[in-house]
Design a protein around this ligand. Structure first.
Ligand code: GDP
Length: 297
């Protein structure tokens, strides 16, 4: 995991340290070429421009005016910079009211349905009762897919037909939960794309009707620079309270996690790291940074 970004960071650090290992006081000009290369490497690691600029500017601020060798200072600076970006509050996984309504948002294929299923299992394994709301009525297969997860996990799925009003599905699911004393309603929604305004309207309606307690944006961690736009799009439309990053098991770059958390400081519900229900990792900001940059290596 994250091997490409780790390598890019390491190369950047070596290159900058070599560049300034003289005995002269470091001037901005001395760093220019190495920092430019470093910025390009970060972008290649799927780190968004703004995030790369923050890291570069932190490095500049800490190195200019110093005398070499600077390797240790550089490592500490980049580590601190990364930690600032990914430090988010932990999120307690516990229904805070009954029913606790959690809405999963995100692009098609980002891993929403899988994440709904995984979160359902987490809650169920902690002793809470759960229903799923199949509010992705835009894709017939999505309803079926959620039903299969529901069957496997023994979690009831509230659904209507393909093309039906997703807000009505959510309304039904909440009523069902209220009448049966179910602890949590997890809502799967249709994938959005930038151009599809109707789907965004539909999402706003779901939020008006369902008044979710938590709106979780599911992000495919393989997403490139587009992630900033995705975060702004969903946060602008309905507000995002937390993230899930999926496909972490096959994620070599990881810049998308940095970019999303830099754009919007929100807790991470979990990292999804495989297709199996239990393939879930807790997001630990310090461990994430340690994995990227290790002062010992
Ligand atoms: P949705 O369209 O957002 O609901 O996405 P799905 O939940 O249907 O997931 C899309 C594809 O990604 C499916 O093939 C999933 O099995 C796969 N997938 C979801 N999460 C993960 C993950 O954490 N790791 C891997 N490797 N695949 C995942």
């Amino acid at each position: 995991m994250l091997s490409i970004l780790r390598k890019k960071l390491k190369q950047g650090i070596e290159k900058i340290s070599r560049k300034v290992s003289s005995t002269r006081i470091i001037r901005e000009e001395d760093l220019e070429d190495a920092l430019w290369d470093f910025e390009v490497s970060l972008l290649e690691g799927d780190v968004a421009q703004e995030v790369a600029e923050k890291i570069i500017s932190d490095v500049k601020a800490s190195l200019v005016g110093r005398k070499g060798p600077v390797r240790k200072l550089l490592l500490d600076t980049i580590r601190k910079s990364l930690l600032e970006i990914v430090s988010v509050e932990p999120l307690e996984i516990k229904p805070r009211k009954k029913p606790w309504v959690v809405l999963f948002l995100g692009f098609n294929g980002s891993g929403k349905t899988t994440s709904v299923a995984k979160f359902g299992k987490i809650l169920r394994d902690s002793g809470f009762s759960v229903v799923f709301a199949a509010a992705d009525t835009f894709r017939a297969a999505a309803i079926e897919q959620l039903k299969v997860h529901g069957q496997t996990l023994g979690i009831r799925v509230i659904s209507q037909g393909y093309g039906s009003d997703p807000a009505a599905v959510v309304y039904d699911a909440i009523n069902h939960a209220k009448s049966r004393g179910v602890d949590a309603v997890l809502v799967d929604t249709a994938g959005r794309s930038h151009s599809n305004r109707n789907l965004m309207e539909e999402l706003r309606k779901i939020v008006r009707v369902g008044k979710p307690d938590l709106k979780v944006l599911v992000i495919d961690s393989l997403t490139g620079n587009d992630v900033v736009e995705q975060v702004r799009l969903f946060d602008g439309a309905v507000g995002v309270d937390a993230f899930v990053f999926t496909k972490f098991d096959v994620c070599e770059k990881g810049g998308s996690v940095l970019s999303a958390l830099f754009t919007l400081k929100r807790p991470v519900l979990f990292l999804s790291s495989g297709q199996g229900y239990d393939e879930v990792l807790e997001f630990d900001p310090k461990a994430f940074v340690d994995n990227l940059i290790n002062t010992e290596k």
